[in-house]
Design a protein around this ligand. Sequence first.
Ligand code: ATP
Length: 281
Amino acid sequence: MTVEAFAPAKINLTLHVTDQRSDGYHLLDSLVTFVDVGDAVTVEKAEKSTLTVTGPMAAGVPTDSRNLVLRAAEMLGVPAKITLNKHLPAAAGIGGGSSDAAAALRALTTLYNLALPSVSDLLSLGADVPVCVPATLARMTGIGEQVAPVVNEPVWPMILINPRVSVPTGPVFQALPSKNNPPMPEDFPDWKDWDTAAAWLTTQRNDLEAPAIGAQPSIGQVLTELHDSKGCALARMSGSGATCFGIYFDDDIRDRALKKLRGDFPNWWIMPTRPLGHPMA
Ligand code: ATP
């Protein structure tokens, strides 16, 4: 039997860095969503674990125990022949490795009829792994261990752009001018009303945007291009970059922006997408 699980890209609609613990971990307050662009993990029972990485973004992705997919299998203690079909750029702020690990856990627990690991075990794979397991709109707080689902997710058309530069997460956090930034307000808008929801999001932030632009100025150019594209309601960076997203309210308008951006910047990774709008099974 083969089990396949989708590993959607993780998008931080907001990312507020609110504090730093004495052990160095940053406390976050982030609204996280998952979209219909992603990797695919396929698992099959085997004598020992193996990993094959395929797909357009396979180059450079580790196939040994550095890969979070193999570490997920190791954590469950079950051997499997695993194939990872890589579509997401790595080290791109869209949680490729974390989402792959979460998909591997979903697939392997189905294949072997097991329970999912505890939140602290998920966290030991990566701070974004707990939120990547349900993979639906959620408010993530603490260092990633607190995940509160948010209902009525807007499934608005979006564009993802990565200018094909990778940004190491650590130095971006280190370059933050302040580790004590305000959290999100407790009262969220009515997500069913896309105008109100997007207007609310514009009042929030990704605190890592400025230090990431400092490290990779092309991120600033991506944000300007998205912001200036017709019909864009919000342009923001996800995670520690370099991938940025634009939100639109209409497919045709988004598609026109997509065509123009792809024409103007043929070397950038530019993808149309939208939130999945439901948790992963
Ligand atoms: P985040 O949004 O959580 O900051 P990211 O997009 O910055 O994540 P990843 O795509 O997870 O980062 O890649 C970071 C590094 O992790 C890569 O450079 C790679 O060496 C390693 N890695 C481990 N497992 C994977 C995987 N399944 N896919 C891609 N990279 C992986």
